[in-house]
Design a protein around this ligand. Structure first.
Ligand SMILES: Cc1ncc(COP(=O)(O)O)c(C=O)c1O
Length: 353
């Protein structure tokens, strides 16, 4: 039976990508598996270079002073790498969710952090707005999409200081002026590939301005100078990410996927709003196109709803423990048909209730 995979990440990937990745595990180059070739061999060096340039091409950042890296340690390692590489005296952070909160905690180890805005007291059901970013800060950090709470930044500040953004859960999903950002990072395991690698896109001229010594593995400049091959890269995750980026390019790039993502989100949220059994969690103006969070108002229907979900082959819609209810993650590779399947179950529940 076809599964409709609404997991928050790791999550659904394009079928053709999984098939190509599986084939490469069996035979990547002349009878050798992708898992047993040297990362210094020409075929893999080509993969890394292709993945790096595809990322910049899709974001419209080629030839604009940016470098793309595929690193390890997840987006969580970026929380501290950003601070180690950019934080000299003080930085501003927008506290819009659990991951933003964690990035603040890590950066505080190194220096002073100012929360320019926070929605923590409302359990992050909205995006803080109307804040100022002082000109003497080292950088400003925000999270474009709050995976757990289902909120998404619809606009970004004209920051007077380098703009750093955790785009783990919505990179490559919508058109933005990416040149506004000086550093973007994103764990691969939502819109880009399997877990195991993190894309970092940096405008090179923001580096080299802190006085501290940076351990080599934490130093963006070293990773750039080594072509993202300072140490052994996660070959499978990078290869599969490259395949996903190729898939996206062939589909028509971010513009094409944005149209599909908008359709999916419209369908999902109209059911949440029109069906009296359900209630959206995030405030409407900040709703995420990637993660729709909602609750079932009548707890007595929970068992029936969950049995129907299972019967329809729907997977991964349980909400995060800090929000409860449900979360439908609609990343790039999720089809409109999967959203239709979920919406059908929701409206069938209404007719039964
Ligand atoms: C927005 C965001 N930032 C950071 C992370 C942490 O990523 P990782 O598990 O790759 O460290 C996640 C994980 O879901 C996330 O959604």
């Amino acid at each position: 039976m076809k599964k409709h995979n609404f997991s928050a990440g790791p999550c659904v990937l394009p079928k053709s990508v999984i098939e190509q990745a599986a084939a490469a595990v069996l035979n990547f180059d002349d009878g050798l598996s992708l898992l047993e070739i040297s990362h210094r061999s020409k075929p893999f060096v080509d993969v890394m270079e292709n993945a790096r340039s595809l990322a910049l091409e899709l974001l419209g950042l080629e030839g604009k002073g940016y470098k793309a890296l595929f690193l390890q340690g997840g987006a969580s390692t970026q929380f501290l790498m950003v601070a180690l590489n950019l934080l000299e005296k003080r930085a501003g952070y927008l506290n819009s969710g659990t991951w933003a909160d964690k990035s603040i905690k890590e950066a505080k180890i190194y220096d002073d952090i100012y929360e320019v805005g926070s929605s923590k007291s409302a359990n992050y059901n909205y995006i803080p707005k109307g804040y100022d970013i002082p000109e003497d800060y080292d950088y400003f950090h925000c999270t474009s999409n709050n995976t757990i709470f289902g909120t998404q930044m619809k606009s970004f500040p004209n920051s007077p200081v380098p703009l750093v953004c955790d785009m783990s859960s919505d990179i490559f999903s919508r058109q933005l002026d990416f040149s506004k950002f000086d550093l973007i990072y994103a764990g691969a395991q939502k819109n880009m590939g399997p877990a195991g690698t993190t894309l970092v896109v940096i405008k090179e001229d923001i580096l080299g301005k802190v006085s501290r010594k940076i351990p080599s593995m934490m130093d963006y400049k070293i990773h750039i100078s080594k072509g993202s091959m300072f140490n052994t890269p996660p070959v499978f995750a990078v290869y599969t990410s490259m395949l996903t980026l190729e898939w996206l390019k062939n589909l028509g790039g971010i513009k094409a996927i944005e149209e599909l993502n908008e359709k999916k989100a419209r369908l999902m949220y109209s059911e949440i709003d029109l069906n009296p059994l359900f209630k959206g969690y995030a405030v409407k103006e900040d709703r995420s196109m990637m993660n729709a969070t909602f609750t079932l108002e009548n707890e007595n229907l929970k068992e029936t709803f969950e049995a129907m979900i299972k019967e329809a082959g729907i997977n991964g819609i349980n909400g995060h423990r800090s929000v409860g209810g449900y979360r439908a993650s609609m990343y790039n590779a999720l089809s409109l048909d999967s959203v239709k399947a979920l919406v059908e179950v929701m409206s069938e529940l209404e007719s039964k209730a």
